[in-house]
Ligand binder design. Structure first.
Ligand code: PBG
Length: 324
């Protein structure tokens, strides 16, 4: 008999042989900024998550700083949407404004500001690219994504994160950033992004549900793991610095395989639906929120994630410091 229990006898013994650890330094917290004033609007489907107007953004950022979470991922909710998604690349767009505001305030200057690059929050039809005759155009969308990334970099973003799933976008964005002198700005690519029902609550939060159809012609089929490796390879080839697998929990095999195959930091995006399921069950007293969240996030580390993007980040940071 192998007596495996010998190393499980006490907290200290278990801690000594623990293989994976969560670190606050590898958490990224998504933040929603909305056009308007004096707004802290709770997202119904995401308990404890709000949309903030720029004048109240500091309330949320102060919590991020206090939790020592090093990075935020910004999503914008514009006042107006149009067919071209022009709010995404408007110099005075909501995300651009928020970034400039953060970078001009020494309290927040050292936070890593990552800007999500996509058109879906800014288009009247809610798709991630331009639309013609019901088709989501690929190549015509690329210059707009590149323009968006450049305008975020100009505003002071530390990193851009394209989530649109158009083919060739990493190359287009890299080229545009380099041409404008932003050689040092990394790209965190949503490479293995699946057409998932787990994004439901986010679309409430970001007002970005597609007006017709779905995203299946550009986001990946949830059944395909091998194809995810091709998406990652393409993005690496085009210049991605960090790759994202998204959603996280139902796609841990993708995280695992990518971490074994590719020598690049891997971020797991623990998405809105995963968050809301935990919050709903916890609110009903059916699960222990802290234990469940820590188990999920540790599981993502074990699977091979180096970075975790999660709406639980502020709580998790606190719980990491508290210990078991
Ligand atoms: C924008 C985008 C989405 C998410 C991140 N960026 C929504 C989507 O693709 O429909 C989802 C994040 C989440 O569910 O937490 N394209």
């Amino acid at each position: 008999m192998q007596r495996m229990r010998k190393l499980r006898v006490s907290p200290a013994m278990r801690a000594m042989v623990r293989e994976n650890h969560l670190r606050v330094e590898e958490l990224i917290y998504p933040v929603f900024v909305t056009e308007g004033q004096d707004i802290c609007h709770p997202v119904d489907s995401m308990p404890d998550i709000c949309q903030y107007s720029p004048d109240r953004l500091s309330e949320e950022l102060d919590r991020v700083i206090a939790a020592k979470v090093p990075a935020v991922l910004l999503f914008g909710i514009p006042a107006h949407k149009d067919e071209m998604g022009s709010g995404a690349y408007d110099e005075n767009g909501i995300v651009q404004k928020a970034i400039r505001q953060m970078k001009s305030d020494k309290t927040y200057r050292d936070l890593i500001v990552i800007a999500d690059v996509c058109l879906c929050e800014y288009t009247s039809h809610g798709h991630c690219g331009l639309v013609q005759d019901g088709i989501i155009l690929n190549d015509e969308t690329l210059p707009l994504l590149a323009k968006t990334a450049v305008s975020y970099a100009k505003a002071g973003a530390d990193m851009v994160a394209p989530s649109d799933m158009m083919d060739g976008r990493i190359g287009s964005i890299r080229e545009a950033l380099d041409a404008e002198g932003f050689l040092h700005i990394p790209i965190m690519a949503y490479s293995a992004k699946f057409a998932s029902a787990f994004y439901g609550p986010f679309r409430d939060a970001a007002h970005s549900a597609p007006g017709f159809g779905d995203r299946k012609t550009y986001q990946m089929d949830p059944a395909n793991g091998r194809e995810a490796m091709r998406e990652i390879e393409a993005d690496l080839f085009e210049g991605a610095d960090i790759i994202i697998a998204k959603p996280a929990m139902a796609y841990m095999d993708v995280i695992r395989e990518a971490s074994v195959k590719y020598n690049i930091p891997i971020a797991a995006y623990n998405v809105s639906g995963e968050y809301s399921m935990v919050k709903a069950a916890a609110a009903n007293g059916w699960i222990d929120e802290k234990k469940i969240v820590m188990e999920i996030l540790t599981g993502l580390k074990r699977a091979g994630a180096n970075i975790i993007i999660t709406y639980h980040a502020l709580d998790a940071a606190k719980w990491i410091c508290e210990g078991e």
